[in-house]
Design a protein around this ligand. Structure first.
Ligand code: CA
Length: 185
């Protein structure tokens, strides 16, 4: 009986010691995260609408793609292209997106058309909360690469609408294309 009690006591002490050590190690590991170092979270673009645009290829020149909404579909292989099948649009080119509600945004992820044709070299992004008064977030210089590019904003902005505007294209043509544009927090 004494041996059994000793074993019980030893088990209890061991359990408590382990519990205290675990609690102590957990409390030591708690670190307050630096908000500036948190990973960017792309916003859910479901339900967003293109409410205005200068031009899109909807005459069959790019098959099933080429529409403005193709920059919001999460598919790197679909893209917006300015109209070229039987039409000759000239810059400036733009797309206006309604996010349906106000969001805080820290930047935009951008994906060029993956064939690297008609890639955009410089663009401007404007934002608005009423689709009437617009604020420019400035010009951005892009790279002609397949990788995702990060258009980080110097400070968090809160808005409902954004207008993506093409300024120049790498190949110097009047046509432009873009695969994805994704605001993130
Ligand atoms: Ca796409």
């Amino acid at each position: 009986m004494k041996t059994l009690n000793k074993i019980k006591k030893l088990t209890t002490v061991t359990f408590l010691t382990c519990f205290i050590l675990i609690v102590a190690s957990c409390s030591l590991d708690v670190v307050t995260p630096d908000p500036d170092k948190l990973p960017a979270v792309p916003l859910d673009r479901a339900g967003w609408e293109v409410i205005d645009y200068s031009s899109q290829e909807d005459q069959g020149g790019e098959g099933d793609t080429g529409r403005c909404a193709d920059i919001l579909d999460g598919n790197a292989d679909t893209f917006w292209h300015t109209c070229w099948a039987g039409c000759t649009p000239t810059p400036p080119h733009y797309i206006v997106v309604d996010m349906q509600q106000e969001f805080e945004v820290n930047g935009f992820f951008l994906l060029q058309r993956q064939s690297l044709s008609r890639n955009i070299e410089t663009c401007e992004i404007q934002v608005s909360n009423d689709n009437v008064n617009w604020e420019s977030l400035g010009d951005f210089t892009l790279e002609k690469v397949k990788d995702q590019q990060d258009l980080a904003l110097p400070e968090t902005k809160s808005f409902r609408y954004f207008k993506f505007m093409v300024k120049t294209v790498f190949d110097g043509s009047d046509n432009a294309a873009l695969a994805e544009l994704s605001p993130y927090f």
